[in-house]
Ligand binder design. Sequence first.
Ligand code: PEP
Ligand code: MN
Length: 359
Amino acid sequence: MKTNFSLENRKRPLIISGPCSAETEQQTLDTCIQLAATGLVDVLRAGIWKPRTRPGTFEGIGLVGLSWMARAKEQTGLPFGVEVANAKHVESALEFGADLVWLGARTTGNPFSVQEVADALRGSNVTVLVKNPMNPDLELWAGAVARLANVGIPMAHIGLIHRGFSYFGHSEYRNAPMWHLAIEMRNRFPEMKMICDPSHICGNRTHLLEVSQKAADLRFDGLIVESHICPDKAWSDASQQLTPPDFEKMIRSINWRADSTDNPEFVKALSDLRDQIDQIDSEVFDLLSRRMKVAEKIGEVKKENNVAILQGGRWSSIVEKVTSQAPKLGLSEEFLKTVLEAIHIESINRQNEVMNKYE
Ligand code: PEP
Ligand code: MN
């Protein structure tokens, strides 16, 4: 079936919303109709087949859910999208008139599945969004885009979804945003639309607005946000979904600032500040270069005396000394540790080069 929906020439932001999962006909239709009534939604979404981390949880309602989404489309006039993970899903989604499909994070991480989906999509004109894989691996993400492009899907029909990355440990997020990776992906595919999925980044409702605003400020093209008529009763992702009225409130609170302005005062102020940044950067890197030269000299001294690179206690005392200055410097301990770690790695490499020359 042909679709009229396209990513091309779309106004920013593109807003996709709907339940994590289609559960019942009433829940699907009520949610979609209320979302459409806000006037803020461009595309409806629902999960039909759910790839769950653990078996025994709700794995999706299946085919019948597609007929509910087709009905939601008919009643609201809005296009709809679903997640697809294999050829059968693609065939069914297209048969029921899906305007958009997306590859979920678990699918993007599996090249066999991506290839199967790509082959099934050959010749169709639906829009395909590619979520980042679970693990922070840009090659897998870019590889999925390449597989779609290789079967002839026009780049203009392909978009990206940043949904954060799985990691070991605890933080306030369910999936760490690692914004720098999304930005790097943007640099690789500058023409491609990238939207943010704050629901799966957050895993709860608390930080949804904050993450969405950040995405807007990083010039993402839109958002995909989960919404449910009664989130507490949702069969999947209950803690991160918003009621349609709360969705409306949140979306209206986001400030999609202009990309730029010609206001001469702004242009001058920005240019002066950027000059300052360039000057400071040049000083910072000049200092780092001097620091590395000293590290090399230390390597020479250690070599002459045949002592090991790593000297017990020295590094932790540097970290302690620098991080204790965090409040005075107005820099977070986390940031200082990250910078120190990068400096340490380079210092060790330099000393290693000096001490262990292999002809
Ligand atoms: C979803 O969008 O419902 C979903 C399962 O997301 P992800 O693939 O990002 O986990
Ligand atoms: Mn979900």
